[in-house]
Ligand binder design. Structure first.
Ligand SMILES: Cc1ncc(COP(=O)(O)O)c(C=O)c1O
Length: 445
């Protein structure tokens, strides 16, 4: 087998790494992968505590998905998007079944950002309005429009971006000043009132859609409650604005429901975006699913959208196989049940480690926020700044102990594959416990 250092060196010499000054890129390698584990080129085993980019939901190397890919490749790998294929039609019908009521037709893309771009495009075409309203603490992808839409600081290097995005305040109960002296629900509703005011100031007649992650993801799993979503929908209805729900990360069982927005079953969705768990990353594919009304509008209006690889047959077959796995193996129920145990395990760790300021999320989609002091809530590493010594220690300890996950500022993400079992959960929690043991001394409470 090629050596670990050769693989790293060739990757560094001839490829560019995302979101990094290249000299600081010090990657783990992956030589093979199975279930919730992968192995590097020195045969060191890692537990995949983030499902790679929160996408390998069915786990690595699932035989049913691999077989579907092989069979599709042998039949038809690619047909241009003007041609109908069996896989595309079947997947469209399956998505109509699993997405919330009212959603019907799907436009297939290559990944999440393109699903978002096309959702925004279709919303603008359908409403004849320009502006898309999104929250600050969100991520919607790295293409130009999607990048501006996400408020996540990764957008800053490409500012000012597209001019028709309006940003909204966040329901961040743990840190937003809006919540001072209020219950979480009162704070959520105050944020919703601010959003309505922003809509009025922007001119509702200019606002095509509000776009919101079904369940907040890489910007910190910062999720409002049900009352907020009800108000958001009311605002959309009052002003004729569409609600785009981005399920790229939170879809396909990650939060213990098919979609993050399924936690709020009364909230009608006009357009939904998906990717990641749609294929568990085995083959790239994204999807933009629209309501029956929006679909019907394009019966006699041209849908000005297209991609060479739209509805890629291999991607569609892979997605069908994933949906079969979610259904046949009860993975969404498993995510819900294991999610409860994960939550309890993280709360138990918080008993041992006062530096855990908050545990957030649901299902296998949870984050812990590490603080210097529980009273002041001062983060152990400041938002959008390089990791402090303490958080760098956490990151290197997790890696040394054989865990692959994201440590972003003062957040540690806990998003393993949906096939996780009790033993693997405990293994992960023990690795985190060991990392936190090393930084208890930085706690200043
Ligand atoms: C909520 C959300 N939307 C969109 C995207 C972009 O997806 P992709 O990286 O596949 O373009 C992401 C990626 O993390 C995401 O989390």
């Amino acid at each position: 087998m090629v050596s670990l250092s050769d693989v790293v060196q060739q990757n560094k010499d001839y490829t560019l790494a995302s979101w990094a000054a290249q000299s600081s890129w010090n990657p783990i390698t992956m030589a093979r992968a199975e279930g919730v584990y992968f192995w590097d080129h020195a045969d060191k085993r890692f537990i995949d505590w983030s499902s790679q980019l929160m996408n390998v939901n069915v786990g690595h190397g699932h035989p049913h998905v691999i077989k579907a890919i092989q069979e599709q490749a042998a039949k038809v790998t690619y047909a241009y998007p003007g041609i109908a294929t069996e896989a595309r039609g079947r997947l469209g019908a399956l998505l109509e079944e699993v997405t919330p009521p009212g959603l019907k037709k799907t436009f297939f893309t290559n990944a999440g950002a393109e699903a978002v771009e096309n959702a925004m495009k279709l919303a603008r075409l359908y409403t004849g309005r320009q502006k898309i309203l999104t929250r600050y603490r969100s991520y919607h992808g790295a293409t130009f429009g999607a990048m501006t839409a996400g408020g996540d600081p990764r957008r800053l290097a490409n500012e000012p971006g597209v001019p028709w995005i309006v940003r909204l305040p966040d329901p961040y109960a743990y840190r937003s000043p809006v919540y001072r002296g209020l219950s979480e629900e009162e704070g959520d509703l105050a944020i919703a009132d601010m959003i309505e005011e922003i809509v009025q100031m922007e001119g509702p007649e200019n606002c095509a859609a509000i776009m919101w992650e079904g369940y907040s993801g890489s910007s910190g799993i910062i999720q409002p409650g049900a009352a907020f979503f009800t108000r958001l929908r009311e605002i959309c209805d009052r002003y004729g604005i569409l609600l785009i729900i981005d399920e790229v990360m939170s879809g396909f069982g990650r939060t213990g429901e098919w979609f993050g927005i399924d936690h709020y079953p009364d909230v009608k969705v006009d357009i939904m975006t998906m990717a990641k768990g749609l294929t568990s990353g085995y083959v790239p594919l994204g999807a933009t699913t629209v309501s029956e009304e929006i679909g019907a509008y394009f019966d006699d209006h041209v849908m000005w959208a297209g991609l060479t690889y739209s509805s890629h047959a291999l991607g569609c077959a892979t997605a069908i196989a994933n949906i079969e796995v979610y259904r046949n193996e009860g993975l969404i129920d498993n995510a819900r049940e294991m999610g409860k145990k994960l939550r309890q395990g993280l709360l138990d760790l918080a008993e041992q480690h006062p530096c855990i300021g908050e545990v957030r999320g649901t299902g296998l989609h949870q984050v812990i926020e590490i603080v210097k002091n529980r009273e002041t809530r001062e983060p152990m590493s400041a938002w959008n700044q390089p990791l402090t010594e303490a958080m760098a220690t956490v990151a290197s300890s997790l890696r040394a102990d054989g865990m692959s996950t994201f440590v972003r500022w003062n957040w540690i993400f806990n998003c393993p594959p949906l096939i996780l079992n009790d033993e693997q959960l405990q293994e992960g929690l023990d690795i985190i416990d060991n990392a936190l043991n090393k930084i208890d001394k930085y706690y200043e409470g």
